[in-house]
Design a protein around this ligand. Structure first.
Ligand code: FAD
Ligand code: HEM
Length: 367
């Protein structure tokens, strides 16, 4: 661990338990310094607070891992063009974060912490701006909804077509804003590999109190317009690898896995691909028919569905993280894991127990 990383982590422990206060102080400071910035943020801001802070923490935790950090921050910087973030905004953000940290930690804060945060923020903001400036694609794509299908009570599968080509890789996600909740952008994984006609598929689950997901599942209809931002995420296929693949999907975490499998159908002949797809009950296996069709067509593809909360299901039962291990050992394989954060965490834990090296696992927690 570098000195910088050690100092950041040490100083973070001073404020970690008071993240809510840190976030409200930070936003208050920022909006006071530039009241126009308030218009960029949604009216209701609880979620923005936690997401922004969470991303800074993620960046700081990965400060010693430049590859991972670059992927993440370059994506975030390209994506942030949708907010018209300027170098002055970045500077203001940096000052507001530092001042809020100082205020909250009071006399426990010291110059060494100050220097470390200034350096870390400079790296983070620098990487975001560098990627934004290098980009020649549009900041936002307008897309028309082409189809919308309800799959059970909570899930919808819809397709849309951007007006301009939107280049992305199978496994990536884009932020979406719909007319029903302006200024509320949420990331959703694209559920198909890039197509010539540009059509993009999404799988969305309406979460209990969710604003955007509720609208995308219950209100969206063909003809509606959406706004999409730059693709993000590094959970993509390495075509040069010869390793067999295991995909583990929970709920709508199936979306990027389906895109990856479709991508593989375009070139793969030799790599075995095992897809494990988990849900609480059969209704949650909302796209199984399509997966089964694919596995009948491609001899290298196998699909194992599993349900955790129902006794009636004829297939595998239990948490998907346990089911995967039952089918192992998987030491030579590479992995794609996608689903709710707890499911992803449990799977990573089980794979670590099986001595699967961490650098063979790509994952995305979708919440
Ligand atoms: C990289 C990435 C990819 C994603 N891909 C997809 C995808 O393909 N399909 C998809 O459906 N979602 C996906 N998500 C989640 C999506 O971005 C939204 O977070 C989700 O739809 C909830 O947004 P909302 O506006 O409806 O809820 P919010 O208004 O943001 O949240 C409302 C309340 O619901 C809670 N909540 C939010 N999400 C969940 C959840 N999953 N389970 C339980 N409670 C929750 C929040 O804590 C909050 O209390 C992805 C997230 C990430 C980070
Ligand atoms: C290092 C600096 C920054 C980091 C790490 C960061 C990170 C994030 C993250 C992770 C999100 C939530 C996901 C998303 O919507 O993309 C977010 C949202 C947002 N960011 Fe930033 N950001 C930074 C700087 C800025 C700047 C300079 C602006 C100024 C315009 C800005 C404006 C916004 C807005 C308006 C949102 C939306 C909030 C919401 O919809 O809930 N960010 N930021």
């Amino acid at each position: 661990m570098s000195d910088l990383s050690r100092t950041l982590k040490e100083s973070w422990t001073l404020v970690e338990a008071r993240q809510d206060r840190l976030a409200s102080q930070f936003y208050a400071r920022m909006f006071l310094a530039d009241p126009q910035l308030r218009d960029l943020f949604p009216v209701q801001m609880d979620e923005s607070r936690s997401r922004l802070l969470a991303s800074i923490i993620t960046a700081i935790q990965n400060i010693d891992d430049p590859d991972r950090l670059d992927d993440y921050l370059h994506g975030l910087g390209r994506d942030h063009r949708k907010y018209h973030a300027t170098p002055e905004h970045y500077e203001l953000f940096g000052r507001a974060i530092l001042q809020s940290l100082r205020d909250l930690a009071e006399d426990q804060w010291c110059d060494e912490y100050d220097d470390a945060w200034r350096e870390a923020y400079g790296i983070i903001a620098g990487k975001m701006q560098e990627a934004a400036q290098a980009q020649t694609d549009p900041a936002i794509w307008h897309a028309e909804v082409v189809s919308h299908e309800r799959r059970g009570r909570d899930v919808a599968v819809f397709t849309c077509r951007p007006m301009e080509p939107l280049p992305y890789k199978a496994g990536q996600h884009v932020s979406i804003e719909c007319g029903y909740h302006p200024r509320q952008w949420r990331p959703y994984s694209v559920a198909n590999a890039p197509r010539r006609d540009g059509l993009m598929e999404f799988h969305v689950r309406a979460t209990g109190a969710g604003w955007v997901s509720g609208a995308l599942v219950r209100r969206l209809k063909p003809g509606d317009m959406l706004r999409l931002a730059s693709p993000m995420g590094a959970m993509t296929v390495n075509r040069r690898s010869t390793r067999d693949i295991v995909c583990v999907a929970g709920g709508t975490g199936l979306a990027p896995i389906k895109a990856i499998v479709q991508e593989l159908t375009r070139f793969n002949r030799t790599r075995w691909v095992h897809v494990f797809v988990g849900a609480r009950n059969e209704e949650g296996l909302y796209d199984l028919a399509d997966l089964v069709r694919l596995s009948a067509r491609y001899p290298w593809l196998s699909v194992v569905p599993a349900c955790s909360n129902t006794r009636r299901f004829a297939g595998e039962r239990g948490q998907i993280s346990d089911v995967v291990v039952r089918y192992g050992p998987w030491r030579g394989n590479e992995f794609f894991v996608s689903g709710p954060p707890l499911m992803v965490k449990a799977t990573l834990h089980r794979l670590a127990e099986q001595q699967v090296p961490a650098d063979r696992i790509k994952y995305e927690g979708i919440e």
